[in-house]
Design a protein around this ligand. Structure first.
Ligand code: AMP
Ligand code: MG
Length: 403
């Protein structure tokens, strides 16, 4: 244990984690199957978006100079729908084309007026423009994306809008990482499956369910094992199974300094620990290392801590493994609406409610910040990132991680 990094700073923990990324293979998924999967390479657009200059409105297309002193009557020479072709001969002065949203702009035209600003005389086949034409109602070729441009980066978690963009760019299927299979193992004699009859001093096991959801939220596959009692032999056996079946193991509980903190004990004696304890609060007990060649995070047992530590250590680890640092968590700067307890040496992660209804972005504590209080996390929109030595005084600003 002498050389194991002990009680490391948060940046040091991240530095060590980056030395041990997961290696995942890649596969192709159709867009129907790709939601919430992680892109394994940058995607270049195969087309310009828009592909051609087109109308943003249902209305009329014409030469802008024809509209500068409204009202002005123009001859309607054609109708262009989305998907149809404009006339080969360019539109001349005094002429207008009836045009639909998404239809190509005929040559010669450089302005649009929406239908509600026009008076049409069907018999004469003319249109009276009641206002000046609008050049900005022409959507220019390539104004959103040009062919060859990368808009979705390796490591991006595919959201509904990015799935749509894959289609816009011409991809029927996309390269994604295979989902990491992440085993989740809670430890503790006191833990019972939710709903089971509780004996005195027993509680419902909650961490494995929260962690399993976090794994899925980050685009991977969770395998939740039944919780294991505080016995070295049982724990060893379960870890052996998990190491064989999974790419990564998350344990909860049993990593502190106590006599019954068996995950730490077993990892010390038979595993390979890369660091133990991190200067963050809540959540200082975690360890990271390998069990029989499989990377393992020993997360704290306290429910709020295990969740926070996932967000602070496991999530960046997974993201780094798939994006190489290209994708970051979303952060925001907030002003503390009340004083929070900061610390000289620890990164302080208070659960906060963020109020953006006024001119400021104000952060309020979600109440009692005990590391067993899961409800304080349910009420939270973010976690403060109060750096060591930062004051936690009311009115000061700090970064916060959005939950
Ligand atoms: P430990 O880290 O094992 O000392 O556990 C710290 C605290 O978290 C104790 O109060 C445990 O009862 C509680 N705890 C540990 N694991 C879980 C779990 N899986 N679900 C809910 N509470 C837990
Ligand atoms: Mg325990």
């Amino acid at each position: 244990m002498a050389e194991t990094p002990y009680f490391v700073s948060y940046p040091e923990a991240l530095r060590i984690l980056k030395l041990h990324p997961l290696t995942l293979s890649t596969e192709f998924k159709t867009l129907d199957e790709a939601f919430h999967r992680i892109l394994s390479s940058d995607l270049e657009s195969k087309v310009d978006d828009p592909r051609f200059d087109n109308s943003a409105m249902d209305g009329f297309a014409f030469r802008y100079e024809d509209s500068t002193s409204p009202p002005r009557e123009l001859k309607i020479i054609q109708t262009i729908q989305a998907g149809s072709n404009a006339l080969a001969t360019p539109l001349a002065s005094g002429q207008a084309a009836r045009i639909m949203t998404g239809a190509p702009i005929p040559e010669g035209a450089d302005a649009i007026l929406p239908i509600e600003k026009c008076d049409v005389d069907q018999e004469k086949s003319t249109v009276s423009l009641l206002e000046e034409g609008k050049k900005h109602f022409i959507r220019k070729q390539g104004e959103n994306l040009s062919k060859g441009q990368v808009s979705l980066k390796k490591g991006a978690l595919l959201t509904p809008s990015s799935i749509g963009l894959c289609a816009t760019m011409g991809y029927p299927e996309v390269p994604v990482y295979t989902q990491a299979k992440i085993g989740i193992l809670s430890t503790g004699d006191e833990l019972k499956f939710p709903g089971e009859e509780l004996r005195e001093n027993e509680i419902y096991e909650s961490n494995s369910f929260g962690l399993s959801s976090l794994v899925q939220q980050h685009g991977h596959h969770s395998k939740r094992y039944d919780s294991v009692i505080d016995s070295i032999d049982e724990l060893r056996e379960k870890l052996n199974t998990a190491a064989q079946e999974c790419d990564l193991i998350l344990t909860s509980g049993g990593v502190s300094m106590g006599e019954w903190d068996l995950v730490r004990k077993l990892m010390e004696e038979e595993g390979d620990i890369k660091f133990w304890r991190v200067k963050i609060r809540p959540g200082s007990p975690p360890l990271f290392g390998y069990w029989k060649g499989t990377p393992l995070f020993g997360l704290p047992g306290n429910p709020a801590s295990s969740h926070v530590v996932f967000r602070m250590l496991v999530a960046p680890y997974l993201r780094h493994s798939t994006s190489g640092g290209g994708i970051q968590e979303r952060k925001i700067r907030v002003q503390l609406a009340q004083s929070l307890k900061a610390d000289e040496h620890f990164l302080i992660l208070r659960r906060i409610k963020i109020d953006m209804s006024g001119d400021q972005i104000l952060a309020y504590s979600t109440g009692y910040q005990g590391s067993g209080n899961l409800n304080s996390l349910v009420l939270a929109d973010g976690l403060t990132l109060l750096e060591p030595g930062h004051t936690g005084e009311k009115g000061t600003w700090c970064e916060a991680l959005l939950l």
